[in-house]
Design a protein around this ligand. Sequence first.
Ligand SMILES: Cc1cc2nc3c(=O)[nH]c(=O)nc-3n(C[C@H](O)[C@H](O)[C@H](O)COP(=O)(O)O)c2cc1C
Length: 199
Amino acid sequence: MVRPILRILACTLLAAAAAGAASPVRILIAYHSRTGNTAKMAAAVREGAASVGDVEIVFRKVAEVTAEDIVKADGIVLGTPVEWGNLSAEAKGFLDRVGAALGKAGATYGEGRTAAVFCTAGSPSNGQEMERLYAIAAFLAMRFVVVGGVNQECFGSLGPQAVTAGKPPGVTDGERAEARRFGERFARLTRQLRPAVAR
Ligand SMILES: Cc1cc2nc3c(=O)[nH]c(=O)nc-3n(C[C@H](O)[C@H](O)[C@H](O)COP(=O)(O)O)c2cc1C
């Protein structure tokens, strides 16, 4: 009688230990910024993601991201300025490195991982949509699950954005708030996805 009880107790303790030892969800926020606008949005995304429990955030300029950062990430968020209607060359180079690092690590690329993009642009209608769609298409081609944002009118969006050449120039409080809400959403959905998939 005592033995089965001890066995059940041991199994329960082992299961609890395994659950407790599960590593936090790792989110890589990688951004490129020449004049500081996209960096401000990146900081707001980070704040939102940090509000979710059991999440570890790796926050880097794209040039500083290592292959290990990419391979270890459960979710990747890319921030970029719009340049000539598209990603900056530096942000595009980062996407190439994501593909290379994941391809080297295994055949399943971004399977079971989340990805997203946010941007800043000088004008309201000169490339933000194309630029985000380009990044989203690349992430989909790498088998990521793409997470969008929710805009101030409560519609889903391609990801947060800021228009920076207004008066006054720069990122507004409203745009920053949207980026924070997106960061929280991204972290929460990444955390929900991880146990549901085998990589
Ligand atoms: C080379 C270059 C090309 C740009 N092309 C565009 C463009 O096509 N559309 C747009 O709305 N803004 C464009 N901009 C403006 C930037 O997207 C905008 O100033 C952005 O907020 C800069 O972000 P950063 O401060 O993080 O560098 C361009 C800026 C540069 C330097």
